[in-house]
Each structure stands twice: as C-alpha cells, then as structure tokens.
Design a protein around this ligand. Structure first.
Ligand SMILES: [Zn+2]
Length: 657
C-alpha cells in the first residue's frame, strides 16, 4: 500500500519549502513591539466592547482571603455594600510605579493598564507617587506610600515607607491587598527595552529571557480578581469581562512556578494575518499592526513562560569520543567557566549515528559499527560526561555540566553520574500518550530521577515538523489533554521543560500552550475545568458545539500519532497513517461532517457579528477548511469512493443542512 508523502500535504497556495517553518523564527525581527503595545493601549481606550458581547465572568465565589493556589481563578463578589475586607479598585484608582523602576516593572504597568482600560472603559493614571486618598495598585519593589490618609475609612500605613521585597524565587510574585492598596511585586530586570524585538537577541526573538516577576503577578491578578483570560493576543483570543469595580480581598498571595524552565516553540508556524491586522476582530490595533514577533512575544509573556534558559543543545559540537578530544573539551570548558561560572553543555553534536560517527583512529578502533547500539553509545557518552564533570568540579565547584539522554545514548547509564551534571531527558512526550512506548518513556523519566536522586529537565517533541518527514500540513495538532496527561504524570520528576512544538499554523498550538502554561505553574491544574472554561468564555452559547469540535480534533490527532516506534538507535517519533487510514478512518467523511456540523450549529447559536461568531469563523478558516481541503485532495488522488462526499463541497462556508 502506498504511504503518505510530503507532496500529499502541499498546496499551491502556500507550500514553499520545509524552511518555511524555520523562517518564521529566523527572520521575524521587524517592527517594534513597543509601537504595537502603545497602539494596543491607545486602541483599548477607544474600542469599548458592548457589554452584552463580553463573556460572563467565571463563577463567583470568593469574598474572604483567597487561597494561596487556586486552580481556575475566581472573581470575588462585588456587592452593592462595600466589602470591608477588600480593596475595591475602580476607574478612579491609580497605578504607582516608582521613579527609575526597571523596564520590566514599567512593562507590567503598561500591560495592567491595557486590561484595566478595557475593564473600566478608560485607562488609569500611572504615577510615581501615591496621591492622597486614592486607591492604588503599586507595582514593583521599594514603592513608597505617599503618607496618604486612610482610604475608604480604613486605617492606613500613612507616613510609613512601605517597601515590599520581591520573593526569593526568580519568577515568583507577591500580591498583597491591604489598607486601600494592592501591591504586586516580583523580581524585575532593567533590560534595555523589553518590548523592542530587535533589542533582545535570543534563540528565538519572541522568547527573551529576563526577569519579569511583577508582570507575572499582574497577569495572575487580572485572572484571579478580574476574570481576564489570555488564550492568545488580540480581542478574539482574550476574554475581558467589563465591570465598574474589582474587589481584592485583603491578604497576601505568594506564588511561584512549579518548573523553573518553561518553554515551547521553535518554528511553530505563522500567525493568521487577520489576528495581526485586526480584520478578524474589532479592537486589535491597526495601524500600526502587530507583527508576528510582537504577537508571539506577547503570548510568551502572558503565558508566563521561562525567564532563565537552561543550556543543553549539542554544545560539544563533535561526535568524537576519543580521550584526547575530551581533554580538549575540558580545556574549552575551563576557559568558558573561568569567564562565567554557569553551565557547560557537553552534549555531542546531533545526528550521532553509526553512519556519521567520528572517523578518527581512536573512534574507528573503539567504536566499530558492529557494536554501535544504544547500550554501547550510552556507556561511552555518559562515561565521558562523568569524567569531564568530575574534572571540572575540582576547579569550578559551582559550575554545572549539562548532558542529554538522546539518540543513541538514551539508556540509563550504568556508571555513576556526578552531582554537578544536569540531565535532560529527550523523549516524545505528549504525542506518545496512550501508547505502550509512551508509558515506557515516562518510566524512563522516573528511572532517571531515581538514579540521580535529583530531578531532570525534559525535552519533548509535540511537533509535526522536526520528526515527521511528512509535516502533516493542515492537520490540526490540537491535543491539550495529551499535554496535560503527560506533564502531570511526570511532574514529580522534572524541574524544567522544553516542548518543541513546530507546526505549519501557529493557531494549532494555542490551546496546547495555554494548558501547558497552567501546568507549568501548577501541575495539579484540572485540564477539564480549564477546557470547559475556555469553551464557555470563548464561545458563549455555542460552548457545547465548540467543545465537541475541539474534542473531535484532539481525538483524531491522537489517532494520527498513535504509532510510535523505536529504532536500533533509539526512539523514532511515529509511523504516519496510510492515506486510506487518514482519509477514510481518522478524518472520514462522517468525521468531517460532524466537525462541519458542529461549526454550523455553533454559528447558529451566537449573534451574527459577535465576538463568539468571529471566533467560530476563525476556527472554520484556520482549522476546518484547510483540513477538509487536504483530505479531499488526497482522497481524489487515491481515487477513494468518498472523494465526492458532500462535505468537501464548501469547507469555507459549511454544508447547509
Ligand atoms: Zn573520534
């Protein structure tokens, strides 16, 4: 039987080359993020959304002091009688950021005011000193009270300099409500310009690493007390309930992420143009338009992703395992660590297979092809790693050596691993959920933790480019439950994670990312509650129909990736379905008709022109129509009987029933 090929997924409209995916992180440094943010703020004041179109806030429950960790943040009751035990914010409040505050704190103020402007209908003044008698949100460390009299008749800390220190944890924050003031503080860096994309060169320009704890606190505050949800940037992906007052119960919340490194991405696909130019929504700024980098960076900030990058990606740049080569690597490591004590990445170059291993005399003699398997490779690489780490620990007691459990050195090594080695475990991750290989790989993560007596970091591959020759273009890789199940299961065993999530369309991953971000801060997060809330807030009266649509897509995608396999050198990713399986079983006409019908019924349940309707139309354009089109194309090429199915007739509009 014929196998699927890359050409099956091409289309004339937008297929160019595999490098397309790479391009979107290599060449996307264009317009300044600052301009986009400024425009967002300016637009927010003008573009008031009719209250009737704004989704209902989450179920109201909390009046007293909030729990330290709450899963789905709840919105406190704002009753007609002032709540004595709360700080009540309204449009007459002010935002206080001290003179000379770090740029990350100032960004927190901009983002806070962007959302408060939409909530209250106008932005708040941002001042350097508190104004007497005004309720305030004070951002960042070392902010001072102005000596103001009590607010709302409450006793105040008037006249006393109030300095709230940020938490010890790098990415943690404190939210404290007391005496008419809400204080939000985290560790903030004063980088040259946290919003200008060109100012912060990084591996991907939209993933800058600088401390921004106060910004994280601002987002948590908006979610918990104002019911804001940020699924993706722009009006279509952001749910902002309008209200005249936000009550913040007095008390203190201190939170930190569960995982210190939280990363997704690489080339994860273009953002739909209409989300950048505002044509799909109404108050997305235009002009100037957001560019793709700005959009992805804003999402990166709002999902509270990593601020410290752990280095481990083929740092040693060689396949050679000869002792003299590792002497040279040691010398190199000494030079690097002498300049900056940190992490030395000892991972061999990629593509380390029998066909590409080092041709030097030592390797030729000691690594014969006949012995080249995972056990042999594991022992060699991890023995060299341990030797290097032991030598370095004598000279650089605080430095770390990173090494990855990766093809072909994927087994648990038999030798002892020194305490200064940070181990990254590279495994398939979410896409192997529900398979025997997936279970075994989770056991391997547990076994690594047990061997080391300390947690590992993970590198996973919930992508469809790097590891798929096919790319599976136009097939939605939407499976947030798989992400949740995987990361929850291994949460006790890792401290940092990179989910490498290449895609042909950015929007395929947004809900995977959202769930991932919630798990990164709290691995006990209830994914079903998160998804139900998403469907309710995003689609209102059409929540059930859209829940069906998303559930079916996840179910189908997990069938696409259901065949992981191993090679003699370690894990492959998975076997692709055959054209027949893809077109007549997984995405059969009956399945496509159900997806189509869900969207048709969803659109009937919401008001024409509403945000919900625009969102449903977006998912038809981005998810359903390309899927139906590519399945139709393959079905026709294969001569399948279902090629003439009615469902292929009008995927952009839906089949009228
Ligand atoms: Zn060699």
């Amino acid at each position: 039987m014929r196998r699927l090929e890359r050409r099956d997924f091409r289309d004339r409209r937008d297929y160019r080359d595999r490098r397309d995916y790479r391009d979107n992180w290599g060449s996307c440094r264009s317009r300044a993020f600052a301009a986009a943010i400024a425009a967002v703020i300016a637009a927010s004041a003008l573009a008031a959304t009719p209250a009737s179109l704004v989704p209902a806030p989450p179920v109201v429950s909390v009046v007293s002091a909030p729990p330290v960790v709450s899963e789905v943040p709840s919105v406190p009751v704002v009753s007609s009688v002032p709540v004595v035990s709360s700080v009540v914010l309204d449009r007459f409040a002010e935002i206080v950021v001290r003179e000379g505050a770090p740029s990350a704190t100032r960004l927190a103020a901009e983002e806070l005011n962007f959302f408060l402007a939409r909530i209250f209908g106008a932005p708040l003044p941002v001042v350097a000193q508190r104004t007497a008698g005004k309720t305030a949100i004070v951002l960042g460390d070392a902010a001072e009270d102005s000596g103001a009299a009590g607010v709302h008749g409450l006793p105040s800390s008037a006249g006393r300099a109030v300095s709230m220190k940020p938490p010890h944890d790098r990415d943690g924050y404190i939210i404290e409500a007391k005496d008419g003031v809400v204080r939000i503080v985290g560790n903030d860096d004063d980088v040259p310009d946290p919003v200008a994309t060109a100012a912060l060169p990084d591996e991907a320009p939209w993933q800058p690493c600088f401390r921004r704890g106060t910004l994280f606190g601002v987002y948590a505050f908006l979610e918990r007390f104002a019911g804001v949800r940020m699924y993706f940037p722009g009006e279509l992906g952001t749910c902002v309930p309008k209200t005249s007052r936000i009550a913040v119960p007095e008390g203190r919340i201190t939170e930190s992420p569960a995982f210190s490194v939280r990363r997704y991405g690489y080339a994860d696909g273009p953002v739909p143009k209409e989300l950048l130019d505002g044509s799909a929504g109404r108050s997305v700024p235009s002009p100037p338009q957001m560019d793709e980098t700005s959009f992805k960076r804003l999402n990166w900030y709002r999902l509270r992703m990593e601020t410290a990058h752990l280095a481990c990606c083929h740092g040693a740049k060689t396949h050679c395992l000869a002792p003299e080569t590792w002497d040279a690597i040691y010398t190199n490591a000494c030079a690097i660590l002498a300049a900056a004590q940190g992490v030395f990445d000892a991972m061999p170059k990629d593509g380390f297979t029998w066909a590409r291993h080092c041709p030097c005399d030592w390797c030729a003699k000691n690594i014969p092809f006949s012995r080249w398997d995972t056990g042999f490779a594991t022992d060699l690489v991890w023995r060299r790693t341990a030797e290097l780490a032991n030598r370095l620990s004598a000279r650089f007691p605080h430095a770390r050596v990173s090494q990855m459990s990766y093809i072909p050195y994927v087994r648990i090594p038999t030798n002892e691993i020194p305490g200064n080695v940070d181990v990254f475990v590279a495994r398939r991750g979410p896409w192997a959920e529900g398979t025997a290989i997936g279970e075994r790989e989770k056991d391997e993560v547990r076994a690594w933790h047990a061997k080391l007596g300390r947690k590992v970091s993970l590198w996973n591959y919930p992508d469809k480019v790097e590891c798929w020759n096919l790319e599976m273009k136009h097939i939605p890789q939407l499976a947030p439950r798989a992400w949740a199940c995987y990361y929850r299961a291994v949460a006790p065993h890792f401290t940092g994670v990179f989910a490498e999530s290449e895609s042909d369309r950015w929007l395929y991953n947004y809900l995977n990312y959202y769930v991932f971000s919630r798990l990164c801060w709290n691995p006990d997060s209830d994914v079903e509650a998160i998804l139900a809330e998403h469907h309710r807030l995003m689609f209102g009266a059409a929540a059930k129909e859209m829940a069906d649509f998303f559930d079916m897509l996840e179910n189908c995608w997990m069938k696409v990736v259901a065949r992981p396999f191993d090679t003699p050198l370690g894990p492959g990713v998975c076997h692709a379905p055959t054209p027949k399986e893809l077109c007549t079983q997984i995405y059969s006409p009956a399945v496509l008709a159900r997806l189509d019908a869900s969207l048709v019924r969803a659109a009937e349940k919401v008001a024409a022109g509403s945000l919900e309707a625009l969102r449903i139309a977006l998912f038809r354009r981005e998810y359903f129509a390309p899927l139906a089109t590519v399945i139709s194309k393959i079905s026709k090429a294969e001569g399948f009987a279902n090629a003439s199915s009615e469902v292929f007739r009008s995927p952009e509009k839906g089949v009228i029933r």
